[in-house]
Design a protein around this ligand. Structure first.
Ligand code: GDP
Length: 530
């Protein structure tokens, strides 16, 4: 495999996630990006696929009932020579941990806003994770076909609420139900869209021309033309300079306006976004920095999903490729077991269906059939001794005591709890002196308890007894002046052990955490697992 070939494949890859508050239009935009990429011929398939997935995967009933997206998936398509991987992230805040991990697998993010609502609660949370990772963030302001906030105040909101400067790449023409097109600032070009303002089942047609062209002046008519000219002047005078370096560091967000529903502005967004978004870059594996063009294959597992299809009881580990070339059947080192593993049945989750793959490159995400050996953060590589360190573990904020209602179901109960913990859906703790018939379970969001209950019943035939606990903070003991059970703690503080046997203290409030520190000199606590 020629080095040049690998370079070419890396260069044309764009792997990104769309982050947004629920209802901003993420499903619609994803669908339209696939439509533009020729991956689907009729918009509507993503939703149809969502529905079909529901049919085969009954634990997603919860998702259906609540109308929220619980799981992340991956879609790949080609557009103008680019190979695009979109990582879908669940929008509901209770699944944020899963979303965080997915963002680790992305090289950039598209932040989707509803033009009428601006920056919303979930946008803020997700934005901060992107900031933490310093990945480039591109903003798409959606629903411009309807009444929206003023574009200038939306830019101000980005700065005030998120603390990020913005640079509009294009500017909307015609607002409040009269969205006509966008103005491309770099090219000084107007693009007017044609077609119905309804559901944009097909790619919209448009005409482009310079802002100084009298034909366009006429075509646009008044008051649109004068208003546009005025706004362009204002932008050029008062706005930031465009600086790609700042964009790549996540300090400046390029802004696009459009309507995912009518497709107005989707094409221009996709084209400019792909030019600016970075291809896969180097990744840190502990002390080692691995470049994508490194000929040794390296990837890490960022998500595990079990029982996507209850007829098969399969478990899929999602791996992001970081370097080298992946080939089906290759043998790699596995950081979790320190044993060689043959990657025999890789799957790519294409726009329409899963497909078996032969070869894949850095930036690509592949699904591996998991016989139960993979865990989040596991590294698979032809180089031994590498461990991916980039996935943060988020402290649980909700806790419950769980056991099987029927004590005869102990074995299935244990199996189910263990699997869900390996998927990273829940965190499992054991209390000293209590056997495997009862665990303390921690979750980042409360909805995860419902998922736990539902999945244990449906996949393992176990009815759960769940007793919520008042604890809110988990702290690992980093160093201690005494045996953990000899510490001076408030009566409500609970001592448990995590899956690897590390001692953890569960506290009801910050006050108890401080008490523990004050009363036990030398006690060092951490909210991140060692
Ligand atoms: P998600 O929850 O972010 O995935 O949002 P959806 O894509 O499901 O969209 C939520 C609602 O907003 C749906 O009723 C969409 O039809 C609607 N919607 C999405 N994009 C647009 C848009 O550009 N304009 C208008 N008017 N509605 C939109």
């Amino acid at each position: 495999m020629a080095e040049a070939e690998l370079m070419k494949e890396i260069e044309r890859r764009r792997t990104f996630a769309i982050i947004s508050h629920p209802d901003a239009g993420k499903t619609t935009l994803t669908e339209k990006l696939l439509l533009y990429g020729g991956a689907i011929h009729m918009a509507g398939s993503v939703k149809a696929r969502k529905a079909a997935r529901h049919a085969v995967s009954d634990w997603m009933e919860i998702e259906k009932q609540r109308g929220i997206s619980v799981t992340s998936s991956v879609m790949q398509f080609q557009y103008q020579g680019y190979c695009i991987n979109i990582l879908d992230t669940p929008g509901h805040q209770d699944f944020s941990e899963d979303t965080y991990r997915t963002l680790v697998a992305a090289d950039s993010a598209v932040m989707l806003l509803d033009g009428a609502k601006g920056v919303e609660a979930q946008t803020i949370k997700l934005f901060h994770v992107c900031r933490m990772r310093q990945i480039p963030i591109f903003t798409f302001i959606n629903k411009m076909d309807r009444a929206s906030k003023d574009p200038f105040s939306l830019m101000q909101e980005l700065e005030d609420v998120l603390g990020i400067r913005s640079y509009p790449i294009n500017w909307p023409i015609g607002t409040d139900g009269d969205f006509k097109g966008v103005y491309n600032r770099q090219l000084r070009q107007i693009e007017l869209f044609y077609g119905d303002q309804s559901h944009g089942q097909a790619i919209v047609s448009s005409t482009r021309g310079t802002v100084d062209d009298p034909v366009f002046k006429e075509l646009l008519g008044e008051p649109y033309y004068s208003r546009l000219v005025e706004e362009i002047e204002l932008l050029d005078m008062a706005g930031d300079e465009f600086d790609l370096g700042k964009v790549l560091k996540g300090e400046l967000t390029p802004v696009f306006f459009g309507s995912a529903m009518t497709n107005f502005g989707v094409g221009p967004f996709l084209e400019d976004f792909l030019k600016m978004a970075p291809p896969p870059g180097p990744r840190a594996f502990g002390e080692q920095i691995i470049s994508p063009e490194d000929p040794n294959f390296t990837g890490f597992v960022f998500k595990i999903q079990a029982n996507m299809n209850p007829n098969h009881r399969d478990r899929i580990a999602f791996m992001r490729i970081c370097s080298g070339v992946f080939r089906r059947g290759m043998q790699v080192h596995h950081s979790g077991s320190e044993k060689p593993v043959r990657l025999a049945q890789p799957q790519q989750l294409m726009a329409q269906e899963r497909e078996s793959i032969e070869v894949a490159y850095p930036g690509d995400i592949i699904g591996l059939f998991d016989p139960g050996i993979f865990r989040i953060s596991d590294t698979l590589s032809t180089t031994p001794g590498l461990t991916f360190t980039g996935i943060p573990s988020f402290p649980a904020e909700h806790f419950a005591r769980v056991s099987a209602k029927d004590t005869m179901k102990r074995k299935q109960f244990l199996k189910g709890i263990t699997q869900l913990a390996q998927e990273g859906a829940i965190q499992v703790y054991k209390q000293p002196d209590i056997g495997v018939e009862e665990f303390v379970v921690g979750a980042v969001g409360v909805l995860q308890f419902e998922v736990l209950e539902y999945r244990l019943k449906n996949e393992y035939s176990v009815d759960l007894k769940i007793q919520r606990l008042p604890h809110r903070h988990a702290r690992w003991i980093v160093s201690s002046p005494a045996e953990p059970d000899q510490l001076n703690l408030t009566s409500s503080t609970m001592l448990v052990h995590d899956g690897r046997g590390n001692p953890v203290l569960l506290f009801e409030n910050e006050w108890s955490v401080n008490w523990a520190r004050d009363k036990n000199k030398g006690l060092e606590l951490s909210d991140i697992s060692p």
